[in-house]
Design a protein around this ligand. Structure first.
Ligand code: MG
Length: 379
């Protein structure tokens, strides 16, 4: 396999030189890869959560995922779809979607735009399913040229942000315990909107004075009450407020953002690239997640559009293995804030990749999305 990778790189290098030397430039670039076919495979897997996870609206102990692989000429790229219930996808819907994906018609994994345009057009929705193909394809591409994605995108791995660790809604005793357990993180994200907001913050603050992010998950229905809470939070070291109000209350959100002393961040209010343009003046920023954006390709475009609109950018995740979390972390040098703790919330991760070191997102130097599979026998 190593020999093959070296051949790919050598061939790519030759193309690059040929394209820049006068007299040797080709009218048509020679193929840089073999004539193999891509093969997509997948299997379902249930993530076990270390703690019952409670946000405004529901609790759960497991998260269903589908793990994907794309093989091409002996090299395998890894991907993942995670389906928390509120997004409306399931293992069944993802498998049904993936059954329709025929990557055998493509013999160049670098034609990512064409391949993902085809995948996107198969059906509407199915964002996590589409992300599982996008992630595996980007991983495959990086592995073929033996480079991490952040390098292919021209990003500085030193510029990764701190990541927050999430404290779910719970009783003061449990919140205190979880906060103590999270002492290695330099910033925490506290879930609010469960009717005990001030108790949640006061309990966390009784343990730590690190900066806090707050995620209300649409839990505040009244804009005046929301503004009062944000003023209260502003005096307690909170840095921003994520999805404070229901996604449908757009005028209320615009009023809140205009009057809020803290940035407001959209999460449930949007999914994909085309949703971002309406947010200028409604929110201060957006929380991009690969399971909403259909993967890395569109997430990268969303960051560009958000910057053009003057919006702040956060990158987050669902409860996921280190596969999808590591994929998202490859883009993190471009964002203001990261909430990439989904792999740390589970007890049966089967990948190793991005690490949190001294609270900071730390990218591995492995190629592609930067992961290693830990257990080859998991079914
Ligand atoms: Mg959120």
């Amino acid at each position: 396999m190593k020999t093959r990778r070296r051949t790919f790189i050598k061939t790519l290098g030759a193309v690059s030189i040929a394209a820049t030397v006068p007299g040797t430039a080709c009218d048509k670039a020679p193929p840089v890869i073999g004539n193999g076919k891509m093969k997509l495979s997948y299997r379902t897997y249930d993530l076990q959560l270390k703690h019952t996870f409670t946000v405004s609206g529901f609790s759960r102990n497991t998260t269903p995922v589908v793990l994907t692989e794309i093989r091409y000429e002996g090299i395998t790229g890894y991907g993942e779809a995670s389906m928390p219930p509120y997004l409306g996808e399931s293992q069944e819907s993802v498998v049904n979607f993936l059954k329709k994906v025929d990557l055998g018609q493509f013999n160049d994994p670098f034609m990512v735009e064409d391949i993902l345009e085809y995948v996107n057009a198969i059906d509407v929705g199915n964002r996590a399913a589409k992300a599982s193909v996008d992630i595996a394809l980007h991983d495959l591409m990086g592995r073929i040229v033996n480079q991490p994605l952040y390098r292919l995108w021209g990003l500085n791995p030193e510029k990764t942000p701190m990541t927050s660790f999430t404290i779910g809604i719970d009783t003061p005793d449990i919140v205190r315990l979880k906060t103590e357990e999270a002492s290695r993180f330099k910033v925490l994200k506290v879930k609010l909107g469960g009717g005990n907001d001030k108790e949640m913050i006061s309990t966390v603050r009784s343990v730590t004075d690190v900066p806090l992010y707050v995620d209300v998950n649409q839990g505040w229905k009244d804009k005046h009450m929301a503004l009062d809470m944000i003023h209260w939070l502003n005096e307690r070291g909170i840095k921003f407020v994520e999805q404070p109000m229901p996604k449908t209350q757009i005028d209320d959100m615009a009023w809140l953002t205009e009057n809020s002393p803290l940035p407001t961040i959209a999460d449930e209010a949007f999914q994909r690239l085309s949703d971002v343009a309406i947010f200028k003046g409604v929110y201060s920023g957006i929380n991009i997640k690969l399971m909403k954006s259909t993967g890395l390709r569109e997430a990268h475009k969303m960051i560009t559009v958000a910057r053009a609109l003057g919006l702040k950018v956060m990158i987050g995740c669902m409860t996921e293995t280190s596969c999808a979390v590591s994929a998202a972390s490859q883009l993190s040098p471009l964002v203001d804030w990261a909430d990439l703790d989904g792999n740390l919330l589970i007890s049966n991760d089967i990948y190793e990749g991005m690490k949190v070191i001294a609270g900071k997102v730390t990218l591995s130097d492995l190629p592609g999305i930067g992961v290693k599979k830990l257990d080859l026998n998991v079914e």
